[in-house]
Design a protein around this ligand. Structure first.
Ligand code: ADP
Ligand code: MG
Length: 327
């Protein structure tokens, strides 16, 4: 099991303390325990920014398969795809997405271009790279949303991301360029219910029952999954924000959602598991907001909760992920 560690640790380091802390490496802890429940022979390797231990490990104790939980290398999320590329180079099967799929999913401009080609519904968008002109496109209706082009976990997404004037639009793009040192993307704002849909498999695909983000008492025009709405427990409690199993859907919506997500999954050439952030508007149209490769996979996360709802217990989910990698 390979995972991101905040420090470089020697091979064989005992992570018991870190894993036992519910605020620390709880995902690693959950997956590790599930692997053991499945009777796999597991070794742990955490990496910060030194690949030396990785090469030693595969030279001296080459694993049959790597459970890849690495989300950052040297604290940088855009290097997630490079880790997968490295695993492809050493030729050991690994779980989750390939470097190609990670690259496509983590770049909001690339995946939207791909989806448009496949006629999968996405918000109207325009990317703004650093050191280039910034303008409000004529076709962009207001309010719209401005996001970093290649971020995760709602980093850089707050209420100020929703803009309703040309001035605010340009300001927010510049903020992302200058303060976050990132390229930006402006998008049409899709008003509707926010659902999280997990798709799993290779060729024969399974779509697990959606989860839904409930925005509680947040005002109508502020209903997005900002960084705080996702990660700040106090803020969530204050506004009554929570994610739940999806409530009643309009007739035909569930099937439509499954079809759209499967098409998007195939377009991305995924072969393991992805979580789609989607929006369902009042006309029943399904928009893909974002594909997530190697999404959060702790017991408390959407993927595991969706699978559980479908009768796939956590340890079985983890075994399926390993089996897909081997296959
Ligand atoms: N085009 C959009 N229309 C409406 N809401 C959006 C749109 N894009 C993003 N959001 C809101 O912002 C949240 C984070 O955006 P997302 O693209 O998923 O970024 P991240 O990669 O950080 O998760 C979404 O979960 C959603 O609530
Ligand atoms: Mg998202």
């Amino acid at each position: 099991m390979l995972f991101s560690s905040p420090y470089n640790r020697p091979r064989g380091y005992d992570y018991a303390e870190e894993f036992a802390d519910p605020d620390d490496m709880y995902t690693e802890n959950d997956v590790h325990r599930a692997l053991l429940e499945n009777n796999y022979d597991v070794r742990l390797l955490g990496i910060h920014n030194d690949l030396g231990t990785f090469f030693e490990e595969i030279r001296e104790d080459r694993p049959d398969v790597i459970f890849n939980l690495m989300e950052v290398f040297d604290g940088k999320s855009h290097l997630e795809k490079n880790i997968a590329a490295l695993l492809e180079m050493v030729g050991i099967p690994f779980t989750g997405s390939s470097s190609d799929t990670l690259h496509l999913c983590n770049n909001k401009e690339l995946n939207r271009k791909l989806f448009r080609f496949h006629r999968i519904k996405i918000p109207y968008f325009q990317a703004f790279h650093r050191h280039h002109k910034v303008w409000l496109p004529r076709k962009m209706s207001l309010p719209c949303i401005v996001k970093p082009l290649a971020e995760e976990a709602s980093r850089g997404i707050s209420q100020a991301s929703i803009v309703d004037s040309e001035e605010a639009f340009v300001d927010r793009v510049r903020f992302i360029h200058e303060k976050m040192q990132q390229d930006a993307i402006g998008e049409e704002f899709i008003d509707g219910r926010e659902l999280y849909v997990t798709v799993m498999g290779h060729k024969k695909l399974t779509v697990f029952p959606p989860r839904e983000m409930r925005f509680g008492e947040l005002p109508e025009d502020a209903r997005i999954a900002t960084y705080k709405a996702k990660w700040d427990d106090q803020y969530r409690a204050k506004w009554g924000i929570k994610s739940v199993h999806v409530g009643k859907l309009p007739a035909g919506a569930e099937q439509e959602i499954a079809e759209v997500c499967k098409r998007a999954y195939r377009a991305l050439n995924a072969r393991s598991y992805l979580r789609f952030d989607i929006r369902l508007n009042s006309a029943g149209q399904v928009y893909i907001i974002e594909p997530n490769a190697n999404p959060c996979i702790a017991r408390v996360d959407e993927v595991a909760l969706s699978a559980e709802k479908a009768g796939v217990a956590f340890s079985r989910l983890i075994r399926k992920i390993v089996q897909l990698a081997v296959k």
